[in-house]
Design a protein around this ligand. Structure first.
Ligand SMILES: [Zn+2]
Ligand SMILES: [Zn+2]
Length: 168
């Protein structure tokens, strides 16, 4: 099972291949993390092998930076290709996206299981759940409205407006 993870001791991100019942050593600080023997079956991961968290989500194994780069390149060539470059590179982008498989990611420690196939229970990331699992927020602590609604800047009274009395 190929994974991308972060060392819990020093925070160093690294990719590695894990096997059941074999420890993973951090390439930076050497901290060891044991992998339980029954962590997963085949390509199905029900709980994170590194931290034991049962909350996992699916994520496309897609390099977002590359996707943005392709669109930027397409935009640069627009004047010479009458916009077709943008269409062509967007299609390449889409093709790459479709071609790549899903991975399974741990809500708590962000470990990416690149060879895992998500189960139906493992849905797209829920940011609220992510915060709750990772930072231990409780539902009561959440503000009643935390959706990014634009703040209305309509002043209740406008004393700044100058009154131009026409006296001529
Ligand atoms: Zn480390
Ligand atoms: Zn985990």
């Amino acid at each position: 099972m190929r994974i991308r993870t972060q060392c819990r001791d020093c925070g160093f991100p690294f990719s590695t291949e894990i096997e059941p019942d074999r420890a993973v050593d951090c390439p930076s600080c050497g901290a060891r993390c044991g992998i339980p023997a029954d962590s997963w079956e085949g390509s199905r991961v029900d709980a994170c092998a590194l931290c034991g968290c049962e909350h996992l989500y699916r994520q496309r194994d897609f390099n977002r930076g590359l996707g943005c780069l392709l669109v930027v390149i397409g935009a640069i060539f627009v004047p010479w290709t009458f916009g077709l470059s943008l269409v062509a590179l967007s299609l390449v982008d889409l093709w790459l996206y479709k071609r790549l498989g899903d991975t399974v990611v741990c809500y708590r420690c962000d470990t990416v299981y690149r060879d895992a196939k998500p189960t139906p229970r493992q849905t797209e990331v829920d940011l609220l759940k992510h915060d709750v699992v990772k930072y231990g927020k409780t539902w009561q602590e959440l503000p009643p409205e935390d959706t990014g609604s634009p703040v209305s800047n309509a002043a209740p009274s406008g004393p700044a407006s100058e009154e131009t009395g026409s006296a001529a």
